[in-house]
Design a binder for this molecule. Structure first.
Ligand code: KG4
Ligand code: ZN
Length: 355
């Protein structure tokens, strides 16, 4: 080896001393995903096997099918994540895995896999909260974003307004009292006859409709200005559709979709902006599957612009479930010294901030 080669090797070694390369695994619902993430913000690979096609015939996720498919796919997805990243097991510093909340059988597949790798390869194991993952997706493309900030997490299972106090430090300001925003999208889409998952379909159809055509209710929870409630809105849409059908009146699906979407987006943005204002912070981020909704992104962006607030949101691929976000969150937990043992278990109702 010439001196050039030796120097390069030394440089690589130096770089490696400071670098933390994490293999992350996500299997909490219907995506089997693995990613390799360097230093929490640099995604070297992000492999997602979506099971949507398997579940859509049932109109929603079937837990038993999800678990079985995770088992079938997880090794392949991990192998691909390492290959695309150009990394071997020896290049890794830790394994991060979602251990809750989510479907217990689905979570168990990822957790068991991560524990097996941790044991076999003697790699530290870091369990990650799924919502912390969604929030941390914002760090991937926004290298300047650091806590504190306010984050609205809107997904199929969660609607949380969170004050991100520091890495891994959260205060839940508000949450949904009933349906999650994504759940409302999925249920309304099913009622209109759009199929599963409904969010992207309503998003698309709304572009052809009039958001002011039907005045659907925008629920507030008395005494809890940051909380949400979407079940009344969902019932109002169902009643509207049934009423039209019984009277034999024509239904404009696009108007229903656009009006429903407006009711959801208005409430989300209004509550979020109130939280930002009262917190005195000047940064706001969106996260979760519904954060890829075009109307929500546009409304949040213009509300932030009007108020001089810096606005962040992940690209759609990092909004819906993925493992890169778990690698981002896992990195900050790892740096704080969080390590889990081989007794790590799936916790289907894990609370944010719990370890
Ligand atoms: O974060 P995610 O992939 O899984 C959970 O953690 O729940 O979110 C999935 C949810 C589904 O309810 C889906 O309908 C919704 O996100 N979603 C959308 C859009 N894309 C996905 N909702 C509204 N508009 C979208 N473009
Ligand atoms: Zn999710």
């Amino acid at each position: 080896m010439g001196t050039e080669g030796i120097e390069k090797k030394a440089m690589d070694a130096n770089e490696r001393l400071g670098d933390v390369c994490i293999l992350a695994i996500e299997s909490s619902c219907d995506e089997t995903a693995a990613a390799v993430v360097r230093n929490g913000r640099e995604v070297l690979s992000n492999i997602i096997f979506s099971q949507i096609d398997l579940h859509k015939v049932y109109g929603g996720v079937v837990p038993e099918i999800a678990s079985r498919k995770h088992i079938e796919k997880i090794n392949q997805v991990i192998r691909e994540a390492l290959e695309v990243a150009g990394k071997t097991w020896d290049d890794l510093d830790a394994i991060a895995v979602t251990y809750g909340p989510g479907l217990v059988g689905a979570l168990l597949v990822g957790v068991a896999e991560a524990k097996a790798i941790s044991y076999a390869r003697k790699l530290p194991l870091v369990g990650v909260h799924h919502i912390e993952g969604h929030i941390s997706a914002n760090y991937i493309e926004n290298k300047d974003l650091e806590p504190p900030f306010i984050c609205l997490v809107v997904s199929g299972g969660h609607t949380h307004l969170v004050r991100v106090k520091d890495y891994g430090e959260y205060e839940i300001l508000g949450r949904t009292r009933d349906d999650a925003a994504g759940e409302a999208y999925d249920k309304v889409a099913r009622a209109i006859g759009l199929g599963y998952p409904g969010g992207p379909k309503i998003d698309c159809l709304s572009k052809e409709g009039n958001p002011d055509a039907i005045a659907f209710p925008k629920a507030k929870v008395a005494g809890a200005p940051y909380d949400f409630s979407f079940s009344g809105l969902k019932s109002a849409v169902l009643n509207y559709l049934n009423g039209c059908r019984m009277k034999g009146e024509p239904i404009s699906e696009a108007d229903v979709a656009a009006s429903f979407q407006k009711a959801v987006v208005d409430v989300l943005v209004e509550h979020a902006m109130l939280a930002v204002k009262e917190s005195g912070l000047d940064k706001f981020a969106l996260a979760g599957g519904v954060a890829s909704n075009s109307a929500l992104r546009a409304a949040a962006e213009s509300a932030c612009q009007e108020r001089g607030i810096r606005f962040y949101r992940p690209s759609p691929i990092f909004c819906t479930d993925n493992a890169a976000m778990i690698g981002a969150a896992g990195y900050y937990e790892y740096r704080k010294g969080v390590r889990h043992g081989l007794d790590l278990n799936a916790v289907p109702n894990l609370r944010l901030g719990e370890r």
